[in-house]
Design a protein around this ligand. Structure first.
Ligand code: AMP
Length: 548
C-alpha cells in the first residue's frame, strides 16, 4: 500500500533549537558555573546564545564543517555548554572525553574518532600535554580560559577560548542540518579491547530531551534550578544540558568541585530543586548532611543512576531528609536512562516499606522504549518478577551500532534491533525492572568502569603470577572495588605491594585494586573459564582466605 504522506512541515529536530528557544523565551534565566579558574560565573540564556554564535563563527573559521569531530575534555561549566550547542549547530559532532580514562585509551579514542580540534579545561592541560604527540588528527588545542589565565604550554597551535571567540559577531546563520545527522559522540569502555563509540543523532538527543521534560520523569520547568553532578563528559550529563533550556530551567554547573561541602553550598545558594548523580556522590552527601546537621531546603527531586541505588540511601533521602528520589537505569548506549522509578499510583500508595521496594528497583521503561529479558538461547522470558535473563532494549534513543566498529556492533545489537545490555534482570508483571547481576566482566567504581579482564591480563604479565582473577567487592563508598586474586607459580613468593605497584604503572589510578588475595587454586567452570560466581561466594560471602 502506498503511504499517504501527512501534510505537516518537516522542521528538523536539531539541538540548536533548544538554546534558541531558551534565549527567546527565557532570556534572563541564569546559568551559574563554578569556574575552573575559581570564581562563580553567572550569565543567562541570552548571553549564552550570543557567545554560542560567536563560537560557531570561530569553529567555521577553523574550517570545521558538517560531520567533523570536535573533542572536549572538560568539567561541567558554561564554556562546555556553549560547545555542546555550537558544535552540532554547525553540523559537527561534539565528542566528549572522560578525563578519568587512562592516557592510552584517550589516545585510542581521539585517533579513532579522528578529532580535528580538542577543547581542554585548564585542569587537563598537563594530561593532554603528555599524550599530545600521539593525537595525530588534532590540528589545534583550545584551552578553555582567557588570556590572563593562559598557561605556558607545549600544546601545538594552542589558542585561548576567549580570544578565539572575542571579536566574532554575536549572530550566526545556522546551516540546515538533517535531524538524523550525528551531533554527539561518547565512548564507553568495553569488557575487553578498545572503547566503543556511541554516536548520537540530533534527533535522538532531542527526543530524549523531550522525554526527560515530562512530569513522570524529571519535568524540568521554568521554576526549577537544576544541578547535574553527573559530568558533561559522561553521556552528556544524562541529557540535562538539553532538557534545561527546553524546560526554561536555571542551570547550575559545579565545575571541578564535587566534594559534598562545595555541592551543598551551591544547592543552597542557588536554590537547587533538581539534581542527578551516581550513588558514590550521594553517599558522601548524606554523610556530610548528617555530620553537619544540614538539610536540603529547596530540593524537590534527586536522581540516582549509573549504579544501583542502595535501599538505605533511598530511605535516607526520602524519610530522613524529605527529598523524593527517582532511580533510573541506563547506559552510554541509551543516551541517558531508559527506565525510571516514577511510581504508578498502585505502587506509590502502598505502605512506605513496600513503596521503597519499588523505588530501589530500576523502574519501568519510558514511553518509546521496548524492554525484555531473554534466556541463554535468546528466548524471551516471562515478565513474572522471577525469571532472570539478559536485559535487552530498543527505541529511538538507543544505539543501533557502534561507530566504525562492526564486530562490537554485531556482538551487541541483534537482527531485530535489540541492544543486548550485558545486565541481568527480572521484570515484574507491572513492568518494574530489577537488575540482579551483570554478564559483562566489568567493575563499576564510583560510576567509572574498570575492566576485570584487562586487569587480569596485566597481572598475569607480572613475573611469577600463574593465574589471576578480578572480582567486584562491594564497597560502601565506591559501590564496588576490584579485588585481585592471584595464584602464584610453583615455588614463587609474591608480595602484594609489588604487584599493585606494577599495575599502577599500567592502568588509571582508580583501577588499581586495593588488595590482593593469594590462592593456591582458582576455581574454574566446566568450560575452563574462571568461575567468578564461585570465587565471589568463596571470598566475599564466605571468606576463607589463603595467606596473603
Ligand atoms: P555506562 O555506559 O558507563 O553509563 O554504564 C552503564 C551500566 O551501568 C549499565 O549497563 C549497568 O551495568 C550499570 N547501571 C547503570 N544504572 C544502573 C542502575 N540504576 N542500577 C544498576 N546498574 C546500573
Amino acid at each position: 500500500m502506498p503511504v499517504l504522506p501527512g501534510l505537516m512541515m518537516e522542521a528538523p529536530l536539531v539541538t540548536i533549537t533548544l538554546l534558541q528557544y531558551a534565549a527567546r523565551y527565557h532570556p534572563t534565566t541564569e546559568i551559574v558555573s563554578r569556574s575552573v579558574e575559581g570564581p562563580i560565573h553567572r550569565y543567562d540564556y541570552a548571553r549564552c546564545y550570543a557567545r554560542t554564535q560567536q563560537l560557531a563563527h570561530a569553529l567555521s573559521a577553523l574550517g570545521i564543517a558538517e560531520g567533523d569531530r570536535v573533542a572536549t575534555i572538560a568539567w561541567n561549566g558554561y564554556r562546555h555548554l556553549e560547545l555542546y550547542y555550537a558544535i552540532p549547530g554547525v553540523g559537527a559532532v561534539c565528542h566528549t572525553i572522560n578525563p578519568r580514562l587512562h592516557g592510552d585509551q584517550i589516545i585510542y579514542i581521539v585517533n579513532h574518532a579522528q578529532d580535528r580540534l580538542l577543547f581542554v579545561d585548564l585542569t587537563f592541560v598537563p594530561l593532554i600535554e603528555r599524550i599530545a604527540p600521539q593525537l595525530t588528527s588534532v590540528e589545534a588545542f583550545v584551552i578553555m580560559t582567557d588570556r590572563a589565565h593562559m598557561p605556558k604550554t607545549s600544546l601545538r597551535n594552542a589558542l585561548s577560548y576567549e580570544e578565539l571567540i572575542a571579536s566574532k559577531p554575536e549572530t550566526f546563520d545556522w546551516p540546515e542540518i538533517d535531524e538524523r545527522a550525528a551531533g554527539a559522540l561518547c565512548y564507553t569502555s568495553g569488557t575487553t579491547g578498545n572503547p566503543k563509540g556511541v554516536l548520537y543523532s540530533q534527533r535522538s538527543l532531542m527526543i530524549y530531551a523531550m522525554n526527560i521534560c515530562m512530569r513522570r520523569s524529571f519535568g524540568y520547568a521554568a521554576t526549577d534550578s537544576v544541578l547535574p553532578v553527573v559530568p558533561m563528559f559522561h553521556v552528556h550529563a544524562w541529557g540535562i544540558p538539553f532538557g534545561c533550556p527546553l524546560g526554561g530551567a536555571k542551570l547550575v554547573l559545579p565545575g571541578a568541585k564535587l566534594d559534598p561541602e562545595s555541592l551543598y553550598e551551591l544547592f543552597e545558594s542557588e536554590e537547587v530543586t533538581v539534581t542527578a548523580g551516581v550513588p558514590t556522590i550521594w553517599a558522601a552527601l548524606i554523610d556530610y548532611l548528617r555530620r553537619n546537621d544540614k538539610r536540603l531546603t529547596t530540593m524537590r527531586l534527586l536522581a540516582i543512576g549509573g549504579a544501583a541505588a542502595p535501599r538505605a540511601m533511598v530511605d535516607a533521602f526520602e524519610r530522613e531528609f524529605g527529598v523524593p528520589i527517582v532511580h533510573g537505569w541506563g547506559m552510554t548506549e541509551t543516551t541517558g536512562s531508559a527506565t525510571d522509578t516514577s511510581l504508578a499510583p498502585l505502587e506509590a500508595n502502598l505502605p512506605y516499606e513496600q513503596c521503597l521496594n519499588f523505588k530501589t528497583k530500576q523502574g519501568r521503561g519510558r514511553c518509546f522504549i521496548d524492554i525484555k529479558v531473554i534466556d541463554e538461547e535468546g528466548r524471551d522470558l516471562p515478565c513474572d518478577g522471577k525469571s532472570s535473563g539478559e536485559l535487552c532494549v530498543r527505541g529511538p534513543w538507543i544505539a543501533s551500532a557502534y561507530y566504525k566498529d562492526e564486530a562490537a556492533s554485531k556482538a551487541a545489537i541483534d537482527a531485530k534491533g535489540w541492544l543486548h545490555t550485558g545486565d541481568v534482570a527480572t521484570i515484574d508483571p507491572r513492568g518494574y525492572v530489577q537488575i540482579v547481576d551483570r554478564r559483562k566482566d566489568m567493575i563499576k567504581s564510583g560510576g567509572e568502569w574498570i575492566s576485570s579482564i584487562d586487569l587480569e591480563n596485566l597481572a598475569c604479565a607480572f613475573p611469577g603470577v600463574a593465574e589471576a582473577a578480578v572480582i567486584a567487592k562491594p564497597d560502601p563508598r565506591w559501590g564496588e572495588r576490584p579485588l585481585l586474586v592471584v595464584r602464584p607459580g610453583e615455588g614463587k613468593n609474591l608480595a602484594a605491594p609489588d604487584i599493585l605497584a606494577f599495575l599502577a604503572t599500567k592502568v588509571a589510578k582508580l583501577a588499581v585494586p586495593d588488595e590482593v588475595v593469594f590462592l593456591q587454586e582458582i576455581p574454574h567452570t566446566a568450560t575452563g573459564k574462571i568461575a567468578k560466581r564461585l570465587l565471589r561466594q568463596q571470598l566475599l560471602e564466605n571468606p576463607r582466605r589463603a595467606a596473603g
